[in-house]
Design a protein around this ligand. Structure first.
Ligand code: PLP
Length: 392
């Protein structure tokens, strides 16, 4: 193995060579059930024929031309998101952090353009918004910020799901509230419906912006196109990425006309954002996710998976203590170290992802069937049994 890759990761000792639907195949031929989906990215599984066809066709025509020119795929992508969400306008970028950066810039510019002194953004403990300086400053997680100071000024933080604390933290300098409807990296913690509704009301009361980070929860992951629909609210600004490209790096920041009123030609940009290749992938993902019945299957499979996970918790109380999450964004609360369970599942052919608060996340492709759930449950059962035997 080379030493030339910068040591920002500690990868498992495996190289995947190929993907087929819900499976990943390693170089040595070993098959893994992929319940990590590249951290909620490959929402249609691997090598989905519609995505492969769309990307192949575009690859033969045009990869990139820059935003100096009109890009038809980008216009279509924006039109479709506007049609299916609260948004009027869409900025295309390449990642979740960039989508959140755009949201932060929209909020500051919105008030600056009005001559208002509001610029501060309220975020929540356990939040994760990305790894750029602004998104680190927004997330405020010590383990991510350590050694990178000084952080960017202008972010305040209170406890997640604590509406009164949020109310108390708003000042005449607050521009926006920025929140994940379900905290992903922070430990798969759903925001209560009353909390999310309350934040919307607070924003309305103070004339400030509600900005949602749906980078992980979006594009069908929770069983609605976007997770905020469960709470019956709409944001003013929303960051998306991960699932929207199905594995191609795509991000986007959606906003109302009013929220984005400060953004004019020259105020923001991205060389790659919304390029023809990325937009071919994203539009192909939308083709499938917007099909009638797609989200119903996510709901059905999510309920099924959570019920079967609860069975495993009931059987292995020495290893696991609970299940949390929404739709196909779920996690086991672990008694043992989450990483020990992740490693044991890996050994047995199941890919899962650790997260904060000692949970192990399951984020399977949204196209999975019951047989995949049963196969995963069998591996989980076996892994827990083996871990129990080890501790005896
Ligand atoms: C993954 C994630 C991000 C960061 O996305 P990148 O594409 O890695 O920049 C931001 N917010 C949330 C909620 C995420 O899950």
């Amino acid at each position: 193995m080379t030493d030339a890759v910068m040591k920002t990761y500690a990868p498992a000792d495996v190289v995947f060579d190929k993907g087929e639907g819900v499976y990943l195949i390693a170089e040595d031929g070993k098959r893994f059930l992929d319940f990590g989906a590249g951290v909620a990215v490959t929402c249609l599984g691997h090598a989905h024929p519609h995505l492969v066809a769309a990307l192949t066709e575009q690859a033969q025509k045009l990869w990139h031309c820059s935003n100096l020119y009109k890009i038809k795929g980008q216009e279509r992508f924006a039109d479709r998101l506007a049609e299916h969400t609260f948004a009027d306008v869409v900025f295309s970028c390449n990642s979740g952090a960039e989508a959140n950066e755009c949201a932060i810039k929209i909020a500051r510019k919105h008030f600056a353009a009005k001559g208002s002194k509001r610029y501060r953004i309220l975020t929540f403990e356990g939040a994760f918004h990305g790894r750029t300086m602004a998104t680190l400053s927004a997330g405020k997680q010590a383990k991510h910020c350590e050694g990178f100071g000084p952080m960017l000024e202008g972010f305040d933080q209170v406890a997640f799901n604590d509406l009164e604390a949020a109310r108390a933290a708003i000042t005449d300098e607050t521009a926006a509230i920025h929140v994940e409807p379900v905290q992903g990296e922070g430990g798969m913690r759903p925001g209560d419906v009353e909390f999310l509704k309350g934040l919307r009301a607070l924003c309305d009361e103070h004339g400030i912006l509600l900005m949602l980070d749906e980078v992980q929860t979006g594009v069908g992951r929770t069983g609605k196109l976007f997770a905020h629909e469960w709470a019956g609210i709409t944001p003013d600004v929303m960051a998306i990425a991960k699932g929207i490209g199905g594995g191609f790096p795509v991000g986007a920041c959606l906003a109302t006309h009013e929220a984005a009123s400060g953004m004019a030609p020259g105020s923001h940009g991205s060389t790659y954002g919304g390029n023809p290749l990325a937009m071919a992938a994203a539009n192909a993902v939308l083709d499938v996710v917007l099909e009638v019945g797609f989200l119903e299957n996510v709901c059905t499979m999510g309920e099924r998976l959570q019920a079967r996970m609860a069975d495993i918790v009931a059987k292995h109380g020495d290893i696991l203590k609970g299940v949390r999450g929404q739709g196909l964004m779920v996690a086991f609360e672990c008694v043992i170290l989450n990483m020990d369970l992740v490693n044991k599942c890996f050994e047995n052919g199941l890919l899962a992802v650790p997260a904060g608060d000692n949970v192990m996340r399951l984020l399977p492709p949204l196209v999975l069937h019951e047989e995949h759930i049963e196969a995963a449950i069998a591996i989980l059962d076996r892994s827990c049994t083996e871990l129990s035997e080890n501790t005896k």
